[in-house]
Design a protein around this ligand. Structure first.
Ligand code: AMO
Length: 412
């Protein structure tokens, strides 16, 4: 006899008995109730006492023959949206409006179980490679990434901001632990409504000291992704099967300098380059197609972005100061990571800030680390929702976001 807790996901009445699908922590378990047994409505929370019987036709290989159902709570109202079919057949808006219940759908929740797996894989990888996990403030005195996409707030009469990234703090912590990582929320006041922008997202950041070049950061990211994809394939088989996923296999990730990438796309698709300083989303997609055709890789590093488009902390190239020691990682045509080497020398950092007409004084606390000695270092930030959505083949990051925040949405 077994006692099991769960929610009644679906009742299927048959002749003389009913199938009761019970939604438990990770699985939907098939139970069988006799015809006489009184069943509470779907989404009731119950304690079931049952015997375990082998059953080949059940997905798990067994089913539970119910002896007793103790009802712990019943819903006040029936769900306004059908959640117990294979998919929640509704618009994205509805899917998000009714998130507390649509997430109960077996496939919907599998997305986020898999996202948990991604974070667990990353974390394990970081621990195995001597990174220390840190938690840095999200209420900050100044923005790290520049640009207008910063939320301000009143902090007891002082102007403060919501952190656009943990950039300053993860760099400071390199001076403390040499290798650090953080998985946490960041905030971007993006005013445009696109399929790849959220106003709050989860950033996977790492930062490491004593590097010689950006290649070492790119190698670390490649190893991190490889590890995590294998981890998922071993530990998250249930979700992979349910979502019908084929995980990409990483051997090596090709890298191409930014200017060459622009040129390559322009030549292959006869599109004149409009902007030599940045990628258009369409160009990223086209580059992916080209690289995929040539190498079979669904990932591609683009290196040495123009200085003008990178933040003030990015290290410029010795060979050409108009370019930076930085990179992006594109996955299936979408930027999922930005990374690079940072300036570690105090005078060099101050000079770059002055060149950009920045108020050096207001960055005193950031510059403290440079002033008092920092190793050559660098790192990256990866958008968890972007990575998850591309892994799952979704065109919109919202599908891989539990409770998205965008210009139109603050609830649920
Ligand atoms: P960047 O601003 O490029 O770099 O952000 C890093 C990664 O975060 C994701 N991302 C977003 N995801 C969803 N919605 C958004 N509005 C959004 N903006 C960015 C992307 C992007 O590649 N401090 C640097 C990283 C570093 O150099 O360490 C930074 O934040 O996947």
């Amino acid at each position: 006899m077994k006692t099991i807790y769960g929610s009644i996901y679906k009742i299927r009445k048959m002749k003389g008995f009913s199938f009761v699908l019970l939604r438990t922590k990770r699985e939907v378990v098939q139970c069988v109730a006799s015809g006489e047994m009184e069943l509470p409505p779907e989404e009731s929370c119950v304690e079931i006492t049952a015997s375990v019987v082998a059953e080949k036709r059940s997905k798990s290989g067994y089913e539970l023959h119910i002896k007793e159902i103790k009802v712990l709570s019943v819903p006040y109202e029936a769900s306004p949206i059908v959640i117990n079919q294979k998919i929640v057949d509704t618009s994205m808006e509805n899917l998000m409006d009714y998130r507390p219940i649509t997430l109960r759908n077996e496939k919907q929740r599998a997305i986020f179980k898999l996202q948990e797996g991604i974070c667990r894989g990353f974390r394990e990888f970081f621990y195995n490679n001597d990174f220390t996990e840190i938690h840095t403030p999200k209420i900050v005195k100044s923005g790290a990434e520049g640009g207008a996409n910063i939320f301000s707030l009143n902090y007891f009469g002082q102007e403060a901001y919501l952190a656009q990234s943990p950039q300053f703090y993860k760099q400071m912590m390199v001076g403390v632990f040499e290798r650090v990582f953080e998985i946490g929320p960041v905030f971007r006041a993006e005013k445009h409504d696109t399929s790849r922008h959220l106003n709050e997202y989860t950033s996977v950041d790492f930062e490491m000291g004593y590097i010689n070049s950006i290649e070492e950061i790119m190698e670390m990211e490649t190893a991190m992704l490889k590890y995590t994809l294998i981890y998922l394939s071993e530990q998250y088989k249930k979700e992979i099967e349910l979502l019908n996923l084929t995980l990409p296999v990483i051997e090596t990730i090709p890298a191409i300098p930014f200017r060459n990438a622009k040129q390559k796309v322009a030549e292959a698709y006869h599109r004149p380059v409009k902007d030599w300083e940045d990628f258009e989303p369409e160009e990223e997609k086209l580059l992916y197609e080209l690289i995929y055709r040539e190498t079979g890789s669904e990932f591609v590093f683009v290196t040495h972005y123009p200085s003008a488009k990178r933040p003030f902390y990015a290290m410029d190239r010795k060979e050409n100061p108009k370019e930076t020691e930085s990179f992006d990682l594109l996955f299936r045509g979408l930027e999922i990571t930005t990374g690079g080497q940072r300036i570690h020398n105090y005078q060099e950092q101050v000079a770059k800030m002055k060149m950009r007409n920045m108020n050096v004084k207001s960055f005193e606390s950031y510059l403290m680390m440079h002033k008092h000695g920092m190793p050559p270092h660098g790192g990256l930030g990866l958008g968890l929702e972007r990575f998850t959505s591309k892994l799952l083949g979704y065109e919109n990051v919202r599908f891989a976001t539990l409770f998205p925040r965008d210009i139109h949405r603050l609830v649920p």
